[in-house]
Design a protein around this ligand. Sequence first.
Ligand SMILES: O=C(CO)[C@H](O)[C@H](O)COP(=O)(O)O
Length: 252
Amino acid sequence: MSPAAIIAPSILSADFADLGNECSTKIKQGADWLHIDVMDGHFVPNITLGAPIVTSIRDHVERPSVKHGKGTFDCHMMVAEPKRWVKNFQEAGCDLFCFHYEAAINSTAAETPDGDSDLNTNPKEMIRYIHELGMLAGIAIKPETKVDVLWDILGSKNEKEVPDMVLVMTVKPGFGGQSFMPEPLTKVEELRKRYPDLNIEVDGGLGPGTIDQAAVAGANVIVAGSAVFGKPDPAAVITLLRDAVEKQRGKL
Ligand SMILES: O=C(CO)[C@H](O)[C@H](O)COP(=O)(O)O
């Protein structure tokens, strides 16, 4: 059976002028994690936020007391040079650092803000580095990236190099409010078949109309931005998303 449902509202659709309150309210309304979309204007054609904002919202949301627990900051790093920001985000209060496979393999520079210039951004090295800094590690793939690129990483004999979560994008990364792409769900199915215990996250266009397809495919970590923030009853949407996943797990 797949792991329990985890609902992670994407703050991309929050009121940024009231971000601390928006985040703490979503946790009170039943969210498990907060999905924090970090965009650098290079990896994706949009700019959002950096570590100082994560530090500010951390003051409003208690740190999880257990691994994967309530209040986990799931930082989705849509940045061209993810290794530069690992330490920076750990210090800011990030719990799960999720980088893009495509960025890691194409990254040429990895100088951190401290001047640490380790140029090795191989995905397994990245995962080890994130774990050494005490965070959970996630690896994300864009809709056009084949799932096969993950087999070597997920099959690593060194547990420090194995990710805690795989994120399968169901929209092109860059903007909230896009239409859900069903094609990437075949990747979720294959991941779930091979790795029954893996946390598999889907992100992009998820809401009441699309959650069932994602849940049937085997996703258990559900990111939803525009379907949750600014809606009249966010708690009801969060419950609906959770129930769809739990139904597939035979828990409802
Ligand atoms: O990573 C993202 C975009 O790159 C967002 O997290 C995602 O699109 C969520 O927004 P919505 O639920 O409105 O589609």
